[in-house]
Design a binder for this molecule. Structure first.
Ligand code: C2E
Ligand code: MG
Ligand code: MG
Ligand code: MG
Length: 288
């Protein structure tokens, strides 16, 4: 019943549409589904890292780990094409744990603690629903040697609204470990404000659809919304990151609105580890 409810919620959002728009033929979906079985165990997953930057100075504040699937014949498959499949088959549980281990190990290898950087990792609703999720995170952190304060878990509101009490418990326990929690894609769901009422997030990430619209025909309305979201976050003591900055004009507007941090192609693209390492001031070579 839980899973059925989750599916209904998900098809109410834009994820399914997004998926269908990108997937093409139904036969292709089945082929990908078959190929995805065991893909993580065969070592076909990769992480790219996108910088999160201080908006004024452009200094690096950390990275977000973004998974890609290196398919044997198709090349790098983006997450929008396989995460929904991996959620349906529950393969996301293995993939998600691998991502967490790999990202924490990378952050430790890049000496994030000394450099004051943070690693952000996306968490699927199915992972967050596991009763032992917090123990898994704690175990991964211990083995990696990464200080928990340098890990940020990114969750979406559909995840937390599905079972609010469990989300509250997990958040309390994760915070007790020292891990930070961000609400991702803020402003795109149906319950954004009640989520903020119920749960003490450390960071708020404003969805890139708002950034896109900042310079379009609805600019005055979108600017007002953006201003309100940034103030809201700051009032609640959350760090704000605006997603999807692609132009100098967007950067200028958002700097004026007092936004703290930003991600976007203008600042840096998601990059394989060796290239991401080059963004770190006085970087050491990336382990391959
Ligand atoms: P997200 O967590 O909101 O990640 C940001 C997405 O926006 C990334 O897409 C990134 O490449 C893209 N992006 C960043 N800056 C710009 C920009 O300036 N312009 C545009 N057009 N796009 C930008 P990506 O890597 O394709 O990931 C898409 C989504 O897949 C992520 O959205 C996240 O929800 C999910 N995802 C990625 N990695 C993982 C993972 O390890 N686990 C889980 N559960 N989900 C993941
Ligand atoms: Mg994210
Ligand atoms: Mg996002
Ligand atoms: Mg997004």
């Amino acid at each position: 019943a839980d899973l059925a409810m989750y599916r209904v919620k998900r098809s109410g959002g834009n994820q399914v549409l997004h998926f269908e728009a990108q997937m093409g033929e139904p036969g292709e979906r089945q082929q990908l589904e078959r190929d995805l079985r065991g893909a993580c165990e065969r070592g076909e997953m990769r992480l790219h890292y996108q910088g999160r930057h201080d908006l004024r100075g452009r200094q690096l504040a950390g990275f977000e780990a973004l998974v890609r699937w290196e398919h044997p014949t198709r090349g790098l498959v983006p997450p929008c094409q396989f995460i929904p499949l991996a959620e349906d088959s529950r393969a996301i549980l293995n993939i998600g744990e691998w991502v967490l281990r790999e990202a924490c190990a990378q952050a430790a290898a890049w000496d994030f603690e000394r450099r004051g950087l943070c690693m952000s990792v996306n968490v699927s609703p199915l992972q967050f629903e596991l009763p032992d999720f917090v123990q898994t995170v704690s175990g991964v952190l211990k083995r990696s040697g990464l200080n928990p304060r340098h890990l940020i878990l990114e969750v979406t509101e559909s995840l937390v609204m599905h079972d609010l009490e469990r989300a509250q418990r997990h958040m309390r326990d994760l915070k007790a470990l020292g891990v930070q929690i961000a609400i991702d894609d803020f402003g795109t769901g149906y319950s954004s404000l009640s989520v903020l009422q119920a749960l003490p997030f450390d960071q708020l990430k404003i969805d890139r659809s708002f950034t896109n619209a900042l310079t379009g025909p609805r600019a005055p309305r979108v600017t007002a919304l953006m201003t309100a979201m940034i103030q809201l976050a700051q009032t609640l003591d959350m760090t704000v990151t605006v997603e999807g900055i692609e132009t100098e004009e967007q950067r200028r507007i958002l700097t004026g609105l007092g936004c703290d941090h930003a991600q976007g192609f203008l600042l840096s693209r998601p990059l394989p580890p060796a290239q991401a390492a080059a963004l770190i001031p006085d970087a050491t070579p990336a382990p391959s």
